[in-house]
Design a protein around this ligand. Sequence first.
Ligand code: NDP
Ligand code: HSE
Length: 438
Amino acid sequence: MKNKKIRIGIAGLGTVGSGVVNLLDKNKEEIFRRTGFEIEIAAISATDKTKQRDCDITGFKFYSNPLDLIDSEQIDIIVELIGGDKVAKELVLKSIKKNIHVVTANKALIALHGNEISEISEKNQCDVAFEASVAGAVPIIKVIRESLSANKIFWIAGIINGTTNFILTKMLQTKKNFDDVLEEAKKLGYAEADPAFDIGGIDAAHKLAILSSISFGIPLDFNSIYVEGIENIELDDLNYAKELGYVIKHLAIGRRVKNGIELRVHPCLIPNTRLIANVDGVKNAVVVSSDAAGPTLYYGAGAGSLATASSVVSDIIDISRKIISKSNVSVPLQSYQQGSQSKENILNIREIKSRYYLRIRVINEPGVLARITKIFGSKSISIESILQKEDLINDEFVPIVLVTHAVVEKNITDALVDIENLEVVKDKIIKIRIEELN
Ligand code: NDP
Ligand code: HSE
């Protein structure tokens, strides 16, 4: 048994790559006890050999060009942990074209090029595994592709960006400002190379593209996803939501509805009684609602070195077992067989129906509320509750917080244009959708 060895090449030795090197070393015996084979790091690649790292790389063959990993060593699995869709894409495509299996944590790559990667890897009978690409340590890809494979999935909703959840949680708990908390998330290795991907919702949208494809059997279609980030959320909103019995979370939602599929990423008010409302810090959680299993919830660390490495190494083990047993049976990359994906109508955000939280800053004078509610009435929008707050800094203006009944988004958007045109209304209106998640 001892002579069974799988040789891997690791490209990228940052937060995740160093976690993988450390985990393979730390749990070497445990992994051997589970699998009966050894996973050997045959070579590694990063841009700079001399850089100070969070893992020990002495003794490993080092390449500054990751493509050299493919040709120079007898590699069974390439582990792509560089990120982005430039050199990472080249590395993955070259590997699978040479029939070398790939493990990656790269959601951008899978979301943007997964259809092509899936086709080539299937043709070349090699696997591309990407568990770490969504929700870090949470094995949500395996759950959807394997554990729930007997189900028709109705909807998925998740907190799938650790950085934004960390920021929203810390702002509310510590009253620290947005930029300070973001700095903390960067230092902890949670943020993307460009943190605008986290803050602006792009990273969560990459992940939703993956989750929706494997849940609904549709092609990966990042460009059809509606995306909003957390840039406009202020501490006041977190506090007002709390007063109303809600928590603000950045959610990714994929839902089958009568006339198609909703794919959207944006902040939401969630009732504070939902389990997912209590998912804090860098933790992620995904609710999957399906016909046989009913609603199920998956929770854990969404980012970080060892947490993400846990998913990467688990993928390495899965592929290694397949290599060692000489099996050619694979779960399709996109969960459904190639060619069986259905092209569904992805709804425009203006077509979705929701309740809304609205924060409107107005001049503090009589009759203002009546003018606003008149516009809502003209668009068939009914108000569920109103909170009128004091502005402690400037009593010339007051924030009005309104909660609406469910209405089609285009009515709200049109009403807000008219309301923002009133001379008594200051600043852009803050609009946050309310999700009941049931
Ligand atoms: P880092 O920025 O920490 O690390 C990137 C690594 O890639 C560095 O070691 C860098 O080299 C190396 N690199 C960059 N360009 C090249 C190149 N042209 N050739 C060779 N090596 C290169 O990123 P992370 O570890 O945070 O993320 C890696 C991937 O994992 C990304 O796809 C990310 O989205 C994903 N991910 C990250 C998570 C996290 O918690 N951070 C969680 C889940 C997924 P050098 O060190 O020499 O600069
Ligand atoms: N930047 C990502 C996040 C890393 O914060 O969730 C994990 O995918």
